[in-house]
Design a protein around this ligand. Structure first.
Ligand code: G3I
Length: 332
């Protein structure tokens, strides 16, 4: 029998997987999830467009099924995500009477803030005590802006205040849930500095934020594993901040050659070696790194089509990447 991944790491951190709803209805997927993972992130099913497609039209049928599945199987849930510039219906940013885009007038700000509050309180309130960590704000930093803030509709209408409010309201709705800021390319030295400063300033203002999510969508070429370590070191300087690795995948496709199995095999081995190195770093920081999630169960489910970035192949077979986490000596 293939050893269980989450058992192997039980003294370090949770091992999670992002899954689409269809996986919960497939017995083969379910068996694999139950064996290897003790945390689940709904890949798209708890985003604003899924939970509130039109104003006041909350739809919890699918997200409730994730809750039931996880409860039944003793699996923890990461909630993803409350505030994002993508997969958020456009009605959020439209005037309810005219349909025009909201501006940053005081009147319009009030409309959007009320929508933000209602969305967060309804969603987080419903799953109070069930979701152990929320990605409250996702991808709000743009290191190419002088102030570091992405020019999203949220920012353009409300300014940086929306970030603080989101955390405050989420905390009110579930005081025990851990609240995260989540982002990608956190290994970029400029970007991580902006993220660090944001979190530090939120903390300094007493905003209830408990962690930072390092997405870790990476490739064979970038970043170096020591940059991942630098990121952990920097973020863990902030007292009381946990780090979750929230969306790991390691893309190799830029180098894939169709039909060349020997060449591809060497890339899959390279991928495994990189993942092994990453886990060696994560284990060193187990006091701050509390949860490590892969962004997909198997290669053909990945948002990166043709990239082979995950632990299992399309036929459910564990790849070298999987073995590198169980017993690196079996990886050639
Ligand atoms: O739901 C519609 C369906 O009705 C329609 O028929 C179909 C046709 O294209 O599209 C479906 O929506 C897709 C959705 O996933 C659900 O499958 C969207 O097109 C597709 O763009 C969307 O992609 C998701 C992406 O976020 C959106 O930005 C990926 O599955 C998801 O893995 C990805 O996840 C993000 C994290 O949330 C945040 N960090 C980055 C990460 C990767 O992009």
């Amino acid at each position: 029998d293939i050893p269980s991944l989450c058992d192997k790491y039980k003294n370090y951190f949770k091992i999670g997987v992002a899954v689409p709803y269809k996986a919960l209805t497939n017995p083969i997927d379910v068996a694999l999830i139950k064996r290897h993972f003790n945390s689940i992130t709904p890949e798209n099913e708890m985003k604003p467009e899924a939970l509130q497609p039109y104003e006041g039209g909350f739809n919890f049928s699918i997200s409730d099924e994730y809750m039931d599945f996880c409860k039944k199987n003793g699996i923890a849930i990461r909630g993803h995500t409350l505030v994002w510039h993508q997969q958020t219906p456009s009605w959020f940013f439209q005037n309810p009477q005219t349909g025009e885009k909201l501006t940053n007038s005081e009147k319009d700000k009030k409309i959007l803030l009320e929508r933000l509050k209602k969305h967060i309180q309804t969603v987080v309130g419903r799953y109070k005590g069930k979701v152990y960590a929320w990605d409250v704000v996702n991808e709000a930093i743009d290191e190419n802006q002088p102030d570091g803030f992405r020019r999203s509709d949220w920012f353009n209408i409300l300014g940086p205040e929306y970030i603080e409010k989101a955390f405050i309201w989420a905390h009110e709705a579930d005081p025990k849930a851990k609240l995260f800021y989540n982002d990608y390319n956190t290994e970029d030295p400029y970007k991580r500095e902006y993220i660090y400063n944001l979190i530090k300033s939120l903390k300094a203002k007493g905003i209830p934020i408990h962690g930072v999510g390092v997405q870790c969508h990476i490739s064979l070429n970038w970043p170096d594993v020591n940059e991942i370590e630098e990121t952990i070191k920097l973020f863990s300087k902030i007292p009381g901040i946990e780090i979750h690795f929230t969306e790991i995948d390691i893309s190799i496709s830029k180098n894939m050659v169709e039909g060349d199995d020997m060449y591809n095999r060497s890339l899959l081995i390279e991928q495994a070696k990189k993942l092994e190195k990453i886990f060696n770093v994560l284990k060193k920081y187990k006091n701050v790194v509390k949860s490590v999630t892969f962004w997909g169960l198997k290669d053909d489910y990945s948002w990166l089509q043709g990239d082979f970035p995950l632990l299992f192949d399309k036929d459910y077979q564990p790849k070298f990447a999987f073995w590198s986490l169980i017993d690196p000596s079996v990886v050639p």
